[in-house]
Ligand binder design. Sequence first.
Ligand SMILES: [Zn+2]
Length: 277
Amino acid sequence: MSERAPATSARTRRQRSYRLTGIVLHRRDQGEADRLITLLTPNQGRVTLIAKGARKITSRKAGHLELFTHVRVQVAQARTWHIITQAETLHNYPRLRASLPRMAHAYYMAELLLHFAPEGEADTPLFDLALETLAYLNGSDNLLLVSRWFEAHLLRITGFQPQLYVCTGCRAPLSLDVTNYWVPVEGGVQCPRCGEAKRHAMPLPPRLLKLMRYLQVHTLAEARTLPVIPETWRELEAYVQGYLRVILERDIHALAFIRRLRQEKGKGGREGKGIGQ
Ligand SMILES: [Zn+2]
């Protein structure tokens, strides 16, 4: 049985090749010399493509396809993985690349996006969120704020936003004068009466509930002006992790890495000096 003859007109060839811009979220080796590259794109969500020969030292494409690079690629359609034929860097975030704590937070962002980003479906807000987060992980010294802000907006954009205004048990409005309870398995916050006896419920002081509400509706530029100490961002981290663990049904590997770096810094390590991590 012969296959249909390949179309040869210039027009068809053009259709078989297309351009994409995206952020490199993940890379994995394929075969002897190739690499699979997962991009987050505005128009097609999460897309995995193959970069042939990308592991050869002579590859010109490879340098443009580093993790967390904002790239423009030319892609040729193929039967299995579509093939990256050209790559061009739009931003490569040099400060991020030079700092282990910044990279750790970028890994954290990428791990969450790999889970939450739709495959093959447009999601411009999610792409814009990722781009803004990378710019701040590159430029800001308050990495803790950037990651907390990213989580809040990731959950909002993907429809997993926790309920922070009414009790998810009895639907009564939540008071900011009492300690409520954080109950991830029930989708957010509960009043003292509903939440107190729940297994795995964490008491949620009003100052943290206020902070969660603030992050949900403010830009990162606004949130940067908050007088919040690093310790508070780390406290909040534990609450959000509990919530993400319920959604993902597993731990986030990059968080263990962030915490290890933090411990080393605590022991007097030089890495990340001056950076709130
Ligand atoms: Zn209640």
